[in-house]
Structures are given as structure tokens and as C-alpha cells.
Design a protein around this ligand. Sequence first.
Ligand code: ATP
Ligand code: MG
Length: 422
Amino acid sequence: MSNFLYGIDFGTTNSALAIYNEDTKEIHSTIILPSLIYFYSQLGPGSTPNYVVGEEAITAYLGDDMKGRFIKSVKQILSRSSFSETRIQNRRYTASDLVALILKELKTRADELIGQDCKKAILGRPVFFDDDDTKKDTLAQTRLHKAAEIAGFTNIRFQFEPIGAAFAYEKNLLKKENVLVADLGGGTTDFTYLVLDPSKVGSKDRKNDMIANGGIYIGGDSFDSAFMWDKGTPYFGKNTQYEATPGKVLTVPKSLFANICSWEQMNFFNGLRIKKDIEDYYYFSGNDPQFKNLITLIENNLGYSVFQSIEKTKITLTSANIAKFSYDQMDIKIDEEISLSNYEQVIAKDVDRIANYLDQFMSQNNIDPAGIDSLFLTGGTSMVGSIQKLFKNRFPHVKLNSGDNFKSVANGLAYSGYLFEN
Ligand SMILES: Nc1ncnc2c1ncn2[C@@H]1O[C@H](COP(=O)(O)OP(=O)(O)OP(=O)(O)O)[C@@H](O)[C@H]1O
Ligand SMILES: [Mg+2]
């Protein structure tokens, strides 16, 4: 019987598990699972929890008329100290319980492939889970560790996600190089600068090869939120006017719309509390049809499907100069053309923040751009044109390399078995 360990990249949008055979020192296979959970509106037989994880969560949510709880981007709550638990189907779920559902699904699928109950896992973690608040960061890692235990792992180590990506890239190198790795995901953008050397793959002490790590809490989800704010919310009444007092007309508060722009808020947001306010604004707006769309969106849990359309527009714009932003559910109808340059304006603030962080990372760590031999970009968001341009502009002398945007981190984590040695 061979010995295995798993490299697990628990991501905001996608999670991946690489099965590593410790005897042959090879990756057996890599499984990808969207980080999605759907809790049905009804309990299972005998009042058991009733949920699905991964790609099936989307079909289940649509088939259940979107009446249950659809949970996306659950990674973002790991660092929220204000979040202790949520009630779903009459049970309490902590952040670790929710994350464990995803890890358990990955483990079950992988265990089936190797015919063993593997207890050994190297989990990836972003360089910063949130900001530089070490308390929140520790909380997030502790919660992730707990989730891995609930999922059935007993021998657990952590590795920075971008180092995982770097180790995957190292396998393809022919000579020693100074490499800047950028992993641009759904929730975070992480950088690492290190010396990669194909002759050192799998070796025990890599500490001296790591020159710098850093990260910022911006990723593809931020782009989608910015798009929702700019292009989506006008369809949900952001510009609706209402009669506050007789003769006094005001625009509805913009703060109402922040809730529908971020997943974290949409997932765990108590619709009831603001429902009354929303109904009042609707009445005093003279039943504005755009504002009615906001009510339809909240009451029918349509958030995920709107964000699916937004993501589709974003993905089309990675290879076209124009894309449709369209949506057609119940009374909500959106059909607008978005040009690439317009999209780039929408996400410019976030891209600038990434650019500023990169500059700060370079200067704080005294990294001379001329000393960089190669760049490795990974993660779904690395495909966005503005991001590619940013790296080309900053490092015109260095070729951009990429690998499998969704598997690199997990594969590289699996090559980090040395972590069990000390
Ligand atoms: N073809 C594409 N073009 C642009 N963006 C894409 C494409 N495919 C996926 N994305 C975006 O990439 C992000 C997901 O990337 P990835 O799977 O690397 O993230 P993650 O690992 O789940 O997140 P994180 O590492 O931040 O926790 C999402 O925001 C998604 O919309
Ligand atoms: Mg990732």
C-alpha cells in the first residue's frame, strides 16, 4: 500500500485537492471543486441536514426555486471575528463547520480514488487572510485547522498559497531562477518572491530560498462587486427617488445597495431587518419598477444568478472587446453591452490597489525588478486583461508564465511534504 498526502487549496471560489504519492513522489491526480454549498429549503428524511457541495450546489439551488441557503465565498468569513455561527435548517453552523463541508467532500472524493482514508494534509493559506491584523489572521488559520479536523484529517500542516504555486512552477524549470509569483484568486492576491531551483524540488529546507511574501485582500470577487455597484445596482433602483416628506424628494440611500454588492453580506445578511425600510421606500417612490427589482432580488434569493451573469461578462471580456451583460429572471431584465474599456474603468480602482500593493511589496523587500528572472501568474483573476497589462508594464523585460490557473496551488502544496519533517 502506498503512502499518500493531500495538498489542499481551499479557495474563495474554487478548491482543489492534489493527491500526492509519497513513495513515487508523484501527483496521482488533482480534483477541483467549486467552493459552494447549498442547503435545501427542506430538511432531509428524519430531519437530517440536507445540503449539496460543489458544482451540484448550483443545480440544486435552481431546482429548489432558490428558496434555501446558497453559500458562496465562505472563505471570507474565516477571519471575521464578528461571525460566530449561522442557523441553517435549525442547526448552528460555525465557520469551521461550513468550511469542513467542502474539505470533507474533497477528502471523500480523493479517498475513493486511492482506496484509503488519508489523514495527512497540507493546507494552503493566503499570506494574509484579511488585512495585517494578526489576531484575525490567527483566528482564520485556527478555524481552517479545525475545519480540516472535522473533515477527518489528523496530521495537518499549513503552507502559503503562493509558495504552493511557486513549487508547481519549479517543476518545469531547467535552471535556478529568481521568480516573482502572483496568485490572483477570487478573494485575495498573493505575492511571493523566491529562488526556485529544479534540483531542490522536494528538499527539506527551503527557508533560505523564500525572500518575501505578501498579499492584499482583493481578487475577482472585488471586480464583480465593483461591476455590480456600477452597472448592476441602477437596475435595482440605486437612482430611485422617493417622497421623504410631502414635497421633499430624495434619492434612496446608497447604503441599501452595498448589501447586494458583496457576497459576504448577501450570504449572511438578515433580509428581514431592512425589509420594512425597503417596502417604505418602494411605497413612497410611487412603486418605482427598478426599485421593485431590489425587492424581487432579495425575496427570491436571486443574488447568485445575477453574479453569474456578471462573471460571464467578465470572462467574455478576457478575449473580446465587447460583451453582453444580460439577465432575465422574473421581472428583472438586463440587456446591456459593456465595452472592454468601460469594464476596465469599473475595475480600475481595484487594479490600482493591486498595483500600489505590488510597488510597496517590491520596495519594502528591496526587490530590484532587474533581478527577476521570471514571473509566474496563476489563479482565475490572472486572466483579466488589466492584470496582464499591469505585469507587462511593470516588468517589460520579463516573460509572463502561467500554468494551470486552478490546480497549480494545490499541486505545489502537495510538493511541500518537507513540512512534516520539522
Ligand atoms: N476566464 C476567466 N477570466 C477572468 N476571471 C476568471 C476566469 N475564470 C475564473 N475567473 C475568476 O477567477 C476567480 C477564481 O479564481 P481562483 O479559482 O484562482 O480563486 P480561489 O483560489 O478560489 O480564490 P482565493 O485564492 O482568493 O481564495 C473568480 O473571481 C472568477 O470569477
Ligand atoms: Mg486561490
